[in-house]
Design a protein around this ligand. Structure first.
Ligand SMILES: [Mg+2]
Length: 268
């Protein structure tokens, strides 16, 4: 228990003492270290256990908010409907989970209307063409987006493919570019983690929200929070951020979760 600085420990103790709180985390790069094959990503040992322990506490709503689609997020974490942890997928376009006050799983509801489905098909064709030119890049097909992955790819090739993907996103109407760490996502739905978190905080009647994330897309979530009202936005690792607090790595995230559970038990 040495990684978290004193300022963060004080803020966390104050947060843990609030009557009703929302504890939400990004997944990749936050609870799970980055790996070359995105389907091999797993939470650090103890991470999901700590999140489950938090979910079991009175007055605590928990969520994972990821760019992954809901089905993949559930498969990678093993979190099911009975676990009491809300899953927010596709950057907020999909919400499921087990919070009592939360919405029903979105299964069966079509995510895309016909126009959006047509846009997605166009995006897929355009990015397939980029992969034909740069075979080292990988594509990930999601229900509302296509992601081009350049992790482990030679830098010049990665840069060219990334630029080509940005150009596709800028050229197509109704397609949004979401840059991330060695990924570019082209999504046909406008969604952001900030709006999804605010909705869940409202639904669960939470007095304050803690959110931890490591990437560009997490900045929308940080910006939606208000530290002056007791919210606790926390950025993992280096890089510019609007978050008020910062921690080093996924190991520190597990430590933070455990410290939250401990503080909450003491204050409750
Ligand atoms: Mg991340």
């Amino acid at each position: 228990m040495t990684d978290l600085d004193e300022d963060l420990r004080i803020a966390l103790a104050a947060f843990a003492a609030r009557p009703r709180v929302l504890v939400a985390l990004d997944f990749d790069g936050t609870l799970a270290p980055f790996v070359t094959d995105p389907l091999k990503a797993r939470a650090l040992p103890g991470g999901l256990e700590a999140l489950r322990a938090a979910a079991a506490l009175t007055g605590v709503t928990t969520a994972l908010a990821s760019g992954r689609d809901l089905a993949t997020l559930a498969a990678l974490t093993g979190i099911g409907p009975d676990d009491g942890i809300t899953l927010i997928g596709s950057h907020g376009a999909q919400i499921s989970g087990g919070s009592q006050a939360g919405p029903e799983p979105a299964a069966g509801t079509p995510l895309l209307d016909d126009a959006a489905a047509a846009r997605l098909a166009t995006v897929r064709d355009e990015l397939e063409a980029i992969r034909t030119r740069y075979p080292a890049v990988r594509l990930e097909l999601k229900p509302s987006a296509v992601v081009i992955h350049t992790r482990g790819v030679e830098p010049a090739v990665a840069a060219a493919a990334t630029q080509a993907a940005h150009e596709v996103g800028e050229r197509l109407t109704g397609v949004h570019v979401m840059p991330g760490k060695e990924v570019v996502e082209l999504t046909v739905l406008e969604a952001d983690k900030g709006s999804a978190l605010l909705a869940l905080a409202r639904e669960s009647g939470s007095d304050a929200t803690l959110y931890v994330g490591d990437d560009v897309t997490d900045e929308r979530a940080f910006a939606a929070l208000d530290p002056l009202s007791g919210d606790l936005p926390i950025k993992v690792g280096d890089g510019n951020t609007v978050a008020a607090q910062r921690i080093a790595n996924p190991e520190s995230v597990v430590e933070l979760l455990n410290l939250f559970v401990e503080s909450r038990r003491l204050s409750g």
